[in-house]
Design a protein around this ligand. Structure first.
Ligand code: COA
Length: 165
């Protein structure tokens, strides 16, 4: 099993995976299609050869301290972003516990470095902050994060880590 670049042909399965894994935080297929269209370099899938993907990882340049609401379209990427926002890393249960998620995080951090971005950031949901804190992410309080309009839920945590050069 390895990470490879996401293709247009993966988008349908990515949408299905997302809503099977994040049952309480569904997102529309167009959200994934837009991320891929805007920033394919930050979109990866975990797959065994030609098999259907069992996980995905998505990140893109964005503004620090302003995570996009869940299930929203971005419209465009910033000309001068200041963080590599990790939209999501998610894998089916059978693929977990083997280090693949840390590999995905490394891919996204490397992409942020290639863009010249100095931080990576994300919103950890459903207890995933324990995973991210092991990778060097630290929680930072963010006003409005738990507003219903953001869609992340009451236990969401905004997390940041530097990207070293
Ligand atoms: C988060 C995720 C990508 C991590 O992948 P993984 O293969 O499980 O990661 P690892 O095996 O390297 O590390 C797992 C550790 O993080 C912890 N962890 C991961 N997700 C967690 C969660 N939602 N709640 C509590 N702990 C979690 C595990 O308990 C485990 O700790 P342990 O080794 O002490 O048991 C994977 O669990 C997943 O796809 N989860 C569902 C989607 C998700 O929540 N994505 C993150 C959104 S911010």
């Amino acid at each position: 099993m390895r990470w490879r670049p996401m293709t247009a042909g993966d988008l349908r399965v990515v949408g299905l995976l997302a809503n099977a894994i994040h049952v309480r935080h569904p997102e529309d297929a167009e959200v994934f299609a837009e991320r891929w269209r805007l920033y394919p370099a930050g979109c990866h899938v975990l797959a065994d050869g030609g098999e259907a993907p069992v996980g995905y990882a998505i990140g893109h340049p964005w503004f620090l301290g302003a995570p996009p609401p869940l299930n929203s379209l971005l419209g465009a990427l910033p000309d001068r972003g200041d963080t590599l926002f990790i939209h999501d890393v998610a894998m089916l249960q059978a693929a977990r516990g083997r280090g693949a998620a840390a590999e995905a995080a490394e891919l996204l951090l490397a992409q942020g470095r290639a863009e010249g971005l100095s931080t990576a950031s994300l919103v950890a949901i459903a207890g995933a902050h324990t995973f991210w804190s092991r990778l060097g992410f630290a929680e930072v309080p963010l006003a409005g994060l738990h507003d219903a309009a953001k869609g992340y839920g009451g236990d969401a945590r905004y997390m940041i880590r530097p990207i070293s050069r």
